[in-house]
Design a protein around this ligand. Structure first.
Ligand code: GLC
Length: 417
């Protein structure tokens, strides 16, 4: 038998750097910038074709309240989140950090403070990991578009972007995530992305990077959907339908939705990066804080079924819920409670013990491929999702054909003719 291929030194280092991330499960994304003053999506400058000279003036009007990042970090902690990622510069080009490379930054203009420094300190105070979102695309920089067609312009722009990444990863101590975004209009060679990643790792040997500078990086970033990848990955999700502060959009995910997403990412061994878009002062408007706290309370009780459960289970859909798994334990997240009895079809493994997580045993009846748990409370113990913990032997697989199963001819049972 050929020996299992050994990991290269680089791959081993990636495994090491990713360790905390693979176990983190839940993080807070923060989109904050000048667009917050307008309240119509972080793409407002582009979507409404606001001229640069006009948009720029917002930089002086931006006067955040005292240390809002402290509130966000406390909220993240209360929500059971383990890391934060904040926009240090979004597509609008305004830098929330002090930069030697442009005056269009929070230290020189309205806030007269380094908002990135405040953020890093606040996250650290709560024991949270720290990520920097940084948009490569820049609508403010004079070379931001010209760089595609003019070499001098490209040189200046790429030096600017690499230079700012260097500043970010030099001036704020240890940073855990470099979260690039939108790489329009250059290609991977033009951005000098290989060089960019090498610099990032030289400055921060423990950091992880995403895949949005046109290289694979350390983790994938499915956006707006939860699709597991065959490597480290993180789904980023808006709370309503915008990333930046947009109070006219009230289409918020509920605590029930968020708990459901957490189950889904756990089942696929990924993370959920859930966004908040603070208002111009830095406040987080309702219902976001309320919902985050509800989710935190849920995790407080049922946490192990998402934080630690990341083993695969082959499953089919059921209207009452879905599984996560850790070793020989299955966790059924029942988010539509059926009453005193819960039936699950198609399980191929033997259930040897079932209980509401941390509680008393419930009665298990397993006839052929039908599992019935009985003696359950009439009302859902937790309307957001009640976790039923089951021990099993055999393969944790669920097989439900689309048609009727004929007695004696179960298609899932290979041994029967
Ligand atoms: C998209 C959007 C951007 C947002 C990002 C978050 O790339 O352009 O506004 O910051 O997604 O993942």
């Amino acid at each position: 038998m050929p020996a299992k291929p050994k990991l290269t030194a680089e791959e081993q280092d990636q495994v090491r750097r990713l360790k905390w991330f693979r176990e983190a499960r839940f993080g807070m994304f923060i989109h904050w910038g000048l667009y917050s003053l307008l309240g119509r999506h972080e793409w407002v400058m582009n979507r409404e074709r606001i001229p640069v000279e006009e948009y720029e003036k917002l930089a002086d009007a931006f006067k955040p309240g005292p240390w809002p990042a402290r509130t966000w970090a406390k909220l993240a902690k209360a929500a059971g989140q383990r890391y934060m990622v904040m926009t240090t510069k979004h597509h609008e080009g305004f830098c929330l950090f002090g930069s030697e490379l442009t005056d269009y930054n929070a230290v020189k203009r309205g806030p007269k403070r380094d908002l990135v420094a405040e953020y890093v300190e606040a996250a650290r105070e709560q024991g949270l990991r720290v990520g920097f979102y940084y948009s490569l695309m820049d609508w403010h920089h004079p070379d931001g578009a010209k760089c595609k067609t003019n070499e001098k312009s490209r040189r200046r722009f790429v030096d600017y972007i690499h230079g700012q990444i260097r500043e970010l990863l030099t001036n704020y101590g240890k940073i855990d995530i470099m979260w690039y975004d939108v790489s329009w209009p250059l290609n991977v060679e033009e951005w000098e992305s290989e060089k960019m990643n090498r610099m990032v790792l030289e400055l921060q040997p423990d950091i992880i990077m995403n895949n949005r500078n046109q290289l694979l990086g350390d983790f994938g970033t499915p956006e707006g959907h939860i699709t597991p990848e065959a490597r480290a990955w993180e789904s980023c999700m808006t709370f309503n339908d915008a990333w930046g502060y947009t109070p006219i959009d009230t289409n918020y995910k509920s605590a029930w939705n968020v708990v459901g997403m957490l189950r889904q990412v756990a089942a696929g061994h990924g993370n959920l990066l859930l966004n908040i878009g603070p208002d111009p002062l830095g406040g987080v408007i309702q219902p976001m804080p309320k919902i985050l706290k509800q989710v935190g309370a849920w995790l407080e009780r049922w946490g192990p079924s998402v934080y630690d459960a990341a083993d695969p289970v082959h499953q089919e859909w059921l209207i009452t819920g879905a599984f996560t798994r850790k070793g020989d334990t299955l966790y059924y997240h029942c988010n539509r409670w059926p009453g005193k009895e819960l039936a699950i079809g198609g399980l191929v493994c033997k259930i040897t013990d079932a209980r509401i997580m941390g509680g008393k045993k419930v009665k298990v009846t397993q006839v052929r491929d039908r599992l019935v748990l009985s003696g359950l409370p009439e009302q859902a113990p937790d309307p957001l999702s009640t976790v039923i913990e089951m021990k099993f032997t055999g393969e944790p697989k669920q097989l439900l054909g689309a048609g009727h199963v004929l007695i004696g001819r179960d298609p899932w049972r290979k041994t029967e003719k």
